[in-house]
Write a protein that binds this ligand. Structure first.
Ligand SMILES: NC(=O)c1ccc[n+]([C@@H]2O[C@H](COP(=O)([O-])OP(=O)(O)OC[C@H]3O[C@@H](n4cnc5c(N)ncnc54)[C@H](O)[C@@H]3O)[C@@H](O)[C@H]2O)c1
Length: 251
């Protein structure tokens, strides 16, 4: 790993970016590649993952459904067999649906918890033992500012993302002594496919709430992941939640 200003900061590192087919994950994959990492993207949408790998000239793409333990384990095994290690794991896969709690079905609740919280657990469960055995690694979980402040119509999503922040702290406590640093990023609203379906009225109202008055773009989140993955830039971050969020939350 190179020092600050010493050329590619992730040279020699193998990074697995889960949910890397689009949006924030794809931007992180591209930024890691630009910093010299060997990057593999994993996504439920295998064709889109392949597309991202071609667009950013990445080392590879694998299909992975993070709600399916066998799919997660098989994809992680494939990456380890092909590249020999996973030095950096990014958990960026996620879904967002909206429903007030008083109308929410248990199925809607469970679907979000399965993807946005349990999925992060399953991927960490598959990758972190390997990092502990090697005595080094970085895990970056993409949470959300809604896991800190909550959002109307988003009890399931807010609970899942608060869960990711708690998982991040507890796992960081368990494995930092083994050289594995676990942190989260809690972005504010970012223009991706995930928010493409929201109404213009909602978007305008949300933008008016933000100190910066605008949503971010994925390229404005990716540098925070590079900071956490790199050395010395990420060496002192343990169990933290960093907030590129247009000022939406100031913890
Ligand atoms: N866009 C925002 O405003 C925003 C804000 C805060 C946090 N986030 C979080 O950032 C992360 C990335 O979101 P994004 O905005 O880039 O959205 P996105 O929809 O562009 O990307 C999410 C990716 O996750 C993949 N995915 C969904 N379910 C999956 C599953 N079961 N297994 C594997 N892959 C799966 C999708 O195929 C997609 O490629 C998510 O965790 C999201 O909750 C987004």
């Amino acid at each position: 790993m190179g020092g600050a200003g010493a050329g590619p900061r992730l040279h020699g590192q193998v990074a697995l970016v889960v949910g890397g087919a689009g949006g924030i994950g794809a931007a992180i994959a591209g930024a890691f590649q630009a910093e010299g990492a060997t990057v593999v993207v994993a996504d439920r949408d295998g064709a889109a993952a392949q597309g991202a790998a071609e667009e950013f000239d990445l080392a590879g793409a694998v299909a992975m459904d993070i709600t399916d333990r066998q799919s997660v384990d098989a994809a992680v095994r494939e990456v380890l067999d092909t590249h020999g290690a996973i030095d950096v794991l990014v958990n960026s896969a996620g879904i967002l649906t909206e429903s007030p709690l008083i109308e929410m079905t248990p199925e809607t609740w469970q679907e979000t918890i399965d993807v946005d919280l349990t999925g992060t657990f399953l991927v960490c469960r598959a990758v972190v033992p390997h990092m502990v055995a090697r005595g080094s690694g970085r895990v970056i979980n993409i949470a959300s500012q809604l896991g800190i402040k909550g959002g109307r119509g988003l009890t399931h999503y807010s609970a899942a993302k608060a869960g990711v922040i708690g998982l991040t702290k507890a796992l960081a406590l368990e494995v930092s002594e083994h050289g594995v640093l676990v942190n989260a990023i809690a972005p504010g609203p970012i223009d991706t496919a995930m928010v493409a379906g929201i109404t213009e009225d909602w978007k305008k109202a949300k933008q008016a709430e933000l100190p910066l008055g605008r949503f971010g773009i994925p390229a404005e989140v990716a540098p925070t992941a590079v900071l956490l993955a790199g050395s010395p830039s990420g060496d002192l971050y343990v169990g933290q939640t960093l907030g590129p969020n247009s000022g939406d939350v100031m913890p």
